[in-house]
Ligand binder design. Structure first.
Ligand code: SAM
Length: 330
């Protein structure tokens, strides 16, 4: 069964933040100090997450991604993963991680049949890593990358492209794909940093990233994108991996968006740029039946904005999106 929204887009994919906490402080995502984390009782419990995912899977949402905050900061995350892979209708489970605490779990992730891991890595230089993330954790992240590749887990590296911070990393990151079957994806910086945009305009949009790549790799050529992909994909002859560009700020892919999001406190977002459209946690905790919750979810799916610009314009405070990505999950 395929579920469609009001714009006739199939809905097949949920991204769920298991926590708002993170062990890094990437400057483009979170302020250095003064973050108000949610009290534990405000997070969805594992049981609540499992019930929500089971209801969504029954509706045809078969792809699940765990994100955060940093998912591995949530205590006992592997117990949740073991349960989620057993839910009928959950066909593939993915995880997005910064890799700091991930390495010890890679072998079990493989055994559990994890479909892919997205590793967030903006630089291959330990000093720049510390400047960007405000933490000295480059070593453990590289160890995670090594193990993911060793265990043949499909791996994507996500790098946000930031003027004055990691432009010198673009070419080395592409070079990684020469020997490794990894997809490196360059992402436009978005305003979700918990404090408002850093720049009046975006320095590195998808077009500039593309021309920079093309200038240095003239053989770079377009390859077919999987259905509903956010990344536009490219290959370089002789390279084992591939390169992608994600126009996350320019929002060029809304017309095929198949995803919904659930924040760490259980708020449904049917667009990254909306301000939350349904309090699932409240429904779960008020004793509503599966049927009632399912109907409320379906109502929300029938009112999706057509794109991220419409979603942002209809925020009740009429302000541009600026909350930290750590509450949304990317
Ligand atoms: N902690 C995990 C990680 O680092 O992958 C999962 C959550 S993190 C919020 C998910 C992704 O969002 C990361 O790849 C991060 O780089 C990206 N992200 C966070 N803030 C962003 C922003 N302002 N613009 C673009 N990407 C952002």
């Amino acid at each position: 069964m395929t579920l469609y929204d009001n714009h006739n887009r199939p809905l097949t994919y949920v991204r769920l933040a298991v926590t708002d906490r993170c062990n890094l402080r990437c400057f483009y995502c979170m302020p250095a100090e003064g973050i108000q984390y949610l009290p534990k009782r405000e997070l969805l419990t594992f049981e609540e997450i499992e019930r929500t995912i089971a209801l969504l899977a029954r509706l045809g949402i078969s792809k699940v991604r765990l994100t955060g905050g940093e998912p591995f900061v949530r205590m006992d995350l592997m117990r949740l993963i073991r349960n989620l892979v057993e839910i009928p209708g959950v066909n593939d489970l993915h995880i997005t991680t910064n890799g700091v605490l991930t390495a010890p779990h890679v072998a079990e992730l493989k055994r559990l049949g994890i479909a892919s891991v997205n590793l967030s890595l903006d630089t291959l230089n330990a000093d720049r890593f510390k400047l960007i993330t405000r933490r000295a954790e480059f070593g453990p992240v590289m160890r995670t990358l090594e193990l993911l590749l060793k265990h043949d887990i499909p791996t994507k590296i996500n790098a946000v492209v930031m003027e004055g911070k990691n432009i010198e990393d673009i070419l080395p990151l592409v070079e990684l794909t020469r020997q490794q079957a990894v997809e490196v994806r360059f992402i436009e910086e978005m305003p979700f940093n918990g404090e408002g945009s850093h720049y009046p305009t975006l320095h590195w949009n998808y077009a500039r990233i593309h021309s920079y790549l093309k200038e240095h790799f003239p053989d770079l050529h377009k390859i077919p994108d999987p259905a509903n992909a956010t990344a536009t994909q490219y290959a370089i002859p002789g390279y084992k991996g591939s390169v992608g560009i994600i126009a996350a700020f320019s929002r060029t892919f809304c017309g095929t968006c198949n995803r919904i999001r659930i924040t760490a406190q259980g708020t449904l977002k049917t667009c990254l740029y909306d301000e939350g459209v349904l309090d699932i946690r409240q429904l779960l905790r008020s004793g509503d039946s599966d049927d009632v919750i399912t109907e409320k979810l379906l109502q929300a799916f029938r009112q999706r904005p057509k794109d991220g610009f419409e979603a942002e314009a209809s925020r009740s405070n009429h302000l541009p999106a600026h909350e930290s990505m750590s509450t949304i999950g990317g």
